[in-house]
Design a protein around this ligand. Structure first.
Ligand code: ADP
Ligand code: MG
Length: 243
């Protein structure tokens, strides 16, 4: 299996606060990795470092063999291969669903408007929102907005998808639809890193679970290993609280 993401000795500090404390992890093509852990443990910071939305203090990150921090690396080019979905959707409120999805591919000159719209229609079918292409985000439910956000991320044909608590801001009845879209992506072989509190989803869909605490991965194993036989007492402690 090809290495997609290789993180070596990643450190991130905010002033004196060491948020990521010497993390090393390799994620292979097609892996679905769920990152769990307490609030403030560095999960979002880790994810954001993977496309350099945060600047690491030190360490090395390779995406498909490209060193993210190297001077000669064109970070915007790397980012085109990485889709990111946030807790709060971040859709453009004044643009229709269709325009939200086609904006990046047409703006970057990667696709003609016609091709981008064709692709958007097929993505909207994938996420179950074919009838919403002309809607404005404000008229959609949270779950629908998040599915549009996923379609928008997929419009650039990424080969890695990063999710930061994609269902945390949703009403419970919306969560399933979003998780089902993510499950579909996982089945298609997408490399995915998902920060989530959905332990059921992690158990069912992830091939690997990382437990993050204090800016370190204290656990790295299959869902069965991490949920049923954690090696670190802090993992056990965390799971006792959330399960
Ligand atoms: P998690 O996603 O696991 O809840 P975060 O990665 O968001 O954790 O945050 C980890 C730590 O980094 C927290 O202590 C948080 O306060 C701190 N932090 C995050 N972003 C910033 C920032 N921009 N400036 C200063 N501190 C930050
Ligand atoms: Mg977070």
């Amino acid at each position: 299996m090809a290495e997609k993401i290789k993180v070596t000795n990643l450190v991130k500090k905010y002033g004196d606060n060491t948020v990521l404390n010497d993390m090393s992890i390799t994620i292979n093509e097609g892996e679905v990795v769920c990152v769990i852990g307490p609030s403030g443990s560095g999960k979002s910071t880790f994810l954001r470092c993977l496309n350099r939305l945060e600047e690491p203090t030190s360490g090395d990150i390779e995406i498909d063999g490209t060193h993210l921090m190297a001077k000669e690396t064109n970070i915007n080019k790397v980012r085109q291969h990485i889709g990111m979905v946030f807790q709060h959707f971040n859709l453009f409120p004044h643009l229709s669903v269709m325009q939200n999805i086609t904006l990046a591919p047409t703006d970057l000159g990667r696709m003609s408007k016609t091709d981008a719209e064709k692709k958007a229609v097929s993505l909207l079918e994938t996420v179950g929102l074919a009838d919403k292409k002309d809607a404005l985000p404000g008229s959609l439910s949270g779950g629908q907005k998040q599915r549009v956000a996923i379609a928008r991320a997929l419009a650039m044909n990424p080969d890695i998808m990063l999710f930061d608590e994609p269902t945390s801001a949703l009403d419970p009845e919306m969560v399933g639809d979003v998780l089902n879209v993510m499950k579909k992506l996982a089945k298609q072989g997408m490399t995915m890193v998902i920060v989530t509190h959905e332990m059921g989803f992690a158990k069912e869909v992830a091939n690997r679970v990382l437990f993050c605490d204090g800016g370190k991965f204290l656990e790295d194993g299959t869902p069965d290993e991490v949920f049923n036989n954690p090696t670190n007492p802090r993992t056990k402690d965390f799971l006792d609280k959330v399960l």
